[in-house]
Design a binder for this molecule. Structure first.
Ligand SMILES: [Cu+2]
Length: 374
C-alpha cells in the first residue's frame, strides 16, 4: 500500500482547508483592519482571534484521525494527513503574513494631484519624464519611466471648459510624446508621432495646449514606443469635472484606480498588494471609483459585499445606471462606478483573473479592500 491518501481523505482534508481558509480570511482581514496603519478603525469592528491560532494541527494519535468522523485510519494514511497539515500550515502562514502586512508601506506614491500654474486663465501643468526607481511592492524595486517621479504620473484635474497647457520636458533616453486619451482636442494636439507631431527628442521640451470640452475620467500617456513607455509608467489620470454634474455623480469619496500589468507587475495605482491602498469609507457614504486600464490585459475587478453602480463609460454617461459586482476593464477603458457603502467590514476588492491576484504564496498584485467603518 502506498502512502497516498484516499479520495475520501482528500475530500475531508479539502473541506477542512476550505473551512480554515474562510476563518482565516475573515479573521485576518479584521486583524489587518485593527492593525496600526488603520488605527482609526480600532474598536469599531469586532476583532477575531488571530488566524494563526486556529491553524495548529491536532495532536496525533497513532491510528486515529480526529478530523475524519467516525473512523480509524491506518498509520500510513495518518502520516500522509500530518504531512498535508504541515504543508497547509506553511502555506497558510504565507497567506496570513501578506494580509497582515496590508497596507504595507513602500517608497513613493503615484497619482498625486498636480496643482496647475496659472498663466492668465490658462492652467499650466509641467511634466518631466525621466527614468526612476519605483517600489512596486515591499522590497520589489524596479526601473520605471515616470512623469514627475510618480507611477502613475500626477493626476491632472480640471473643469469642463478650462484652457489647459501641458509642458513636457523629456529627460528619457529616447523620444516620446503625450496622447490625451479620451479628450476631444484639436488634431495637432493628439500626441501621436508622425501622425500629428514629430517625436519629442531626448532633452527637448514640447507644449500641448487645448480647451477641454468633454468631461469625465480620462488619461494621458506616452504614444511613442508605447508598449515599453506606458508599461514602464508613463501614464496618468486626466479628470475633467463637468460643469453640471448629474445627481448620481455626487459622491463623498472620489477614488481613481489605475490598473497596469507590465514591467511593474500587476498594480493598482502603481503598487501591488500588500502595498495597495485600501478605500476607507464610513457606512452610508457613497464612493465613486474611476477605473482606468493602462495595461495590456483585461482585468475584471470584483468587489465583495456591495454592488457597484456603473454610471459612466469612457467619461460618457450611461443611458441608465446598472449594477454589477464584477466589472471588466479592458485596456484603454475607463469605467466610473458608485458604491453605496451599506455593509460594515473589510471587503476584498480584486481582479478576478486569479493569477493576477493570488498564488500559493498568498495574495499579491491587483488586490485591495474597501473598508466600511461605523
Ligand atoms: Cu487582472
Amino acid at each position: 500500500m502506498s502512502n497516498a491518501s484516499t479520495p475520501a481523505d482528500d475530500a475531508a482534508t479539502l473541506l477542512e482547508r476550505r473551512g480554515s481558509r474562510r476563518d482565516f480570511l475573515r479573521n485576518s482581514a479584521v486583524t489587518a483592519l485593527a492593525g496600526g496603519v488603520l488605527a482609526a478603525c480600532k474598536g469599531k469592528v469586532p476583532v477575531g482571534e488571530a488566524a494563526g491560532s486556529s491553524q495548529t494541527p491536532p495532536a496525533a494519535t497513532p491510528g486515529v484521525d480526529s478530523n475524519v468522523s467516525g473512523g480509524t485510519m491506518p498509520p500510513p494514511a495518518q502520516t500522509a494527513l500530518a504531512a498535508q497539515q504541515t504543508a497547509a500550515n506553511q502555506m497558510d502562514a504565507m497567506h496570513e503574513a501578506g494580509i497582515k502586512a496590508f497596507p504595507a508601506k513602500t517608497a513613493g506614491k503615484g497619482n498625486q494631484i498636480l496643482a496647475p500654474v496659472m498663466d492668465g486663465k490658462t492652467k499650466v501643468f509641467n511634466l518631466t519624464a525621466r527614468p526612476i526607481k519605483w517600489e512596486n511592492a515591499p522590497g520589489m524595486i524596479n526601473n520605471a519611466w515616470a512623469y514627475n517621479d510618480q507611477v502613475p504620473g500626477p493626476q491632472i484635474r480640471v473643469k469642463e471648459g478650462d484652457r489647459v497647457r501641458v509642458v513636457l520636458k523629456n529627460e528619457l533616453p529616447e523620444s516620446t510624446a503625450i496622447h490625451f486619451h479620451g479628450l476631444i482636442v484639436p488634431n495637432d494636439q493628439d500626441g501621436v508621432p508622425f501622425i500629428t507631431q514629430k517625436p519629442i527628442k531626448p532633452g527637448a521640451t514640447y507644449t500641448y495646449e487645448f480647451t477641454v470640452s468633454n468631461s469625465g475620467s480620462h488619461m494621458y500617456h506616452s504614444h511613442h514606443n508605447s508598449t515599453k513607455q506606458v508599461g514602464m509608467g508613463l501614464l496618468g489620470a486626466f479628470i475633467v469635472e463637468p460643469k453640471n454634474p448629474r445627481a448620481i455623480e455626487r459622491a463623498d469619496i472620489d477614488y481613481v484606480m489605475i490598473l497596469n500589468d507590465s514591467q511593474g507587475g500587476y498594480t493598482l495605482n502603481g503598487k501591488g498588494f500588500p502595498a495597495t491602498e485600501p478605500l476607507v469609507a464610513k457606512r452610508g457614504q457613497k464612493v465613486r471609483i474611476r477605473f482606468m486600464n493602462e495595461g495590456i490585459m483585461i482585468h475584471p475587478m470584483h468587489l465583495h459585499g456591495m454592488p457597484m453602480t456603473v454610471i459612466s463609460k469612457d467619461g460618457w454617461p450611461q443611458p441608465a445606471p446598472w449594477k454589477c459586482d464584477t466589472l471588466n476593464i479592458a485596456p484603454g477603458e475607463r469605467w466610473d462606478v458608485i458604491v453605496n457603502c451599506t455593509e460594515l467590514g473589510t471587503w476584498a476588492f480584486h481582479c478576478h483573473i486569479l493569477p493576477h491576484a493570488e498564488s500559493e504564496h498568498g495574495m499579491f498584485g491587483m488586490v485591495t479592500a474597501l473598508i466600511v467603518q461605523a
